[in-house]
Write a protein of this length. Sequence first.
Length: 440
Amino acid sequence: MLSAGVARIEEAPRQRRELSAAQTSGPPVVLVAGTLDTKGTELRFIRDIIAASGLRTRLVDVSTSGKLSTCDVSAQEIALNHARGGSAVFGTDRGAAVTAMAEAFVYWVRRQRNVAGIISAGGSGGASLVAPGMRSLPVGVPKLIISSVASGDVGPYVGPADITMMYSVVDVQGLNSISRAVLGNGANALVGMVKARLDERATKERNAGITLPAIGITMFGVTTPAVQKIAADLREEFECLVFHATGVGGRSMEKLIESGQMAAVIDLTTTEVCDLMMGGVFPATDDRFGAVIRTRVPYVGSTGALDMVNFGAPDTIPERYRQRKFHVHNPQVTLMRTTPEENERMGRWIGERLNQMDGPMRFFLPEGGVSALDAPGQAFWDPEADAALFRALERTLRQTGDRQLIRVNKNINEPEFASTVVNAFRSMLGRAGGRRRVAR
């Protein structure tokens, strides 16, 4: 017999159920995607290695030249998935064509029901074409790009996804002793990942039964004690996945939420909003909290580390902030204390996002400080700034039975605060006791 809380967790939105089913229906297939007009020889070399391993493959063309290639899915078929049709893809402006084809590929990938893995090879253009489609797949589906750009900044390609990038050493242009070795390693690496995942899925299906639902928890160094206690208190009931709130960490958590892989969220550390609004180096996107809003996943949040904006070394701080209060965290990270005015703006912004949450929601205000630095005697202790944040949240949030703002007269890292969060979390979901069974 499931508890009311677990039953509630299992009442996932239709989008999450459909996405989950999409990954398990039909024979598994590996996508080999790229620009066949320029990288056809290399991509077919990869395809042949994967096919020789016994896995099913589909060769997918995402080139924008309009040339026809022998493949399983043509560029023309992919282009038809664009909102404006193929005419939006095959134009004279190469940059616009690449952008449009990448968008069409995302829509096409989302419609596939049996992707066991995906691999590509090419330069910066090829990587930019396939990476968005790869990012649209759930975490766990093997994704690999072999590229000449993989030795530089790969953040724009990888984003919050688990994409593996392999440096091609030589350009992906023809087959030679080096490219054969690198492309072969990449192909075989993907084979290993796909087969291991398929074996793991088969084992899980044979041993289907009781599993722990996963929850996401956001953490920064200055909220670590709170997160450690929360995770320790819940570890017998939930699989606690902790995300470092560095911008991409929050996006990774929300990607898992969107993929239906999270039963609930304890978003203790919302500090990425500081960097979004004040220009720090660990910013959220404007879609912060969006996955929770769309999926209605049960949500517990707090104001963790909203007292700080992150910059690099001191000489990287923007001139307009030079007279502010700072704390040097390490030689590469300098923290700037947020002001009452900034906190008021953040409170309004967060409150407006929380108002869009229709699922069960509790948001906690630690009156004794929002981080380890925001405590009596510490560098960022500023009750006036915290009060401005809390007031803005209270004035903005429209509270209901399911959407509640709760003040706690403790610092965020005090054990009593963590216990209050855990108790409210259990109460919100319904306490099952012992291990829980959920569909994942």
